[in-house]
Write a protein that binds this ligand. Structure first.
Ligand code: ZN
Length: 248
């Protein structure tokens, strides 16, 4: 049995407390919601597992769903459910990298069980264009690269790789989830010049179909990806020299 790397992206937990809110002329229900133990919203509109759109701040005048603010798109991705700040899917919206709203990942089984009503099977799947948008949104600008691990003599800060991946994935082509993960992938980390010194954490390897990559942090997308653009992005001499040779 070959050993495959489990996707190293933790699923978040979600808890909620419904309460009755007194609006202008009648009562309605709102939720106090915590994600991973931190307050996400004190006035969230009640949600079901089948809702493709959730409203972080429900309207406290009328309580009518859709009248509030802070919408998240809800999508299925393999065994996970993801919440994407809706505005980020629109490329016209300008957002500084340092102030991007968080992208949430939940376990699909937990999600349905936590919310009770509605089935997550009804949620739309994350599309290829949404995947591309998410990757590009959360891919750090090259100027933030501090170091790359494993070390690369031609690209000591990792900035060249950040720039290359951004350029390739901004073009047209296909990025597709792959069901067969690569054996013995390598891990690439790029230190970022941000508070707390976070790192990009990516995995790259080859399966029978070619080069695959997984973005575990900066950006974060819980699945293995393949396709022509992933190959172009990662078939670089710097990465080729790190991959195990002669197996495929
Ligand atoms: Zn209202």
């Amino acid at each position: 049995m070959p050993e495959f790397l489990a996707i190293p992206i933790k699923s978040s937990s979600l808890t909620y407390e419904p309460y009755q809110f007194s609006g202008e002329s009648y009562f309605f229900w709102l939720w106090r919601v915590e994600i991973d133990g931190e307050v996400f919203s004190k006035t969230m509109s009640p949600i079901q597992a089948s809702d493709a759109r959730v409203e972080r701040y429900g309207c406290t005048n009328c309580g009518v769903a859709g009248d509030g603010t802070g919408f998240y798109a809800v999508r299925r991705l393999g065994g996970r459910v993801v919440w994407i700040y809706e505005e980020l899917l629109d490329f016209e919206t300008v957002r500084e990298f340092e102030n991007l709203p968080e992208f949430f990942v939940f376990d699909r089984n937990d999600y349905g069980a936590m919310l009770g009503a509605g089935s997550d099977a009804e949620l739309p799947e994350l599309t290829m264009s949404e995947m591309r948008t998410l990757i590009l949104r959360y891919l750090p600008p090259a100027s933030l690269g501090l170091y790359i691990n494993p070390e690369c003599p031609y690209d000591p800060s990792g900035s060249a790789l950040l720039k290359h991946v951004h350029l390739v994935l901004s073009g047209s082509g296909d990025i597709t989830p792959v069901s067969e993960p690569p054996e013995r992938p390598i891990e690439i980390r790029i230190g970022l010049d941000l508070p707390g010194a976070p790192e990009c954490c990516w995995f790259v390897g080859k399966n029978d179909a070619g080069t695959c990559a997984m973005f575990a942090a900066f950006p974060k997308l819980p699945c293995w990806l393949g396709g022509q653009q992933i190959a172009t992005a990662f078939d670089t001499p710097g990465i080729e020299r790190l991959l195990p040779q002669g197996e495929n």
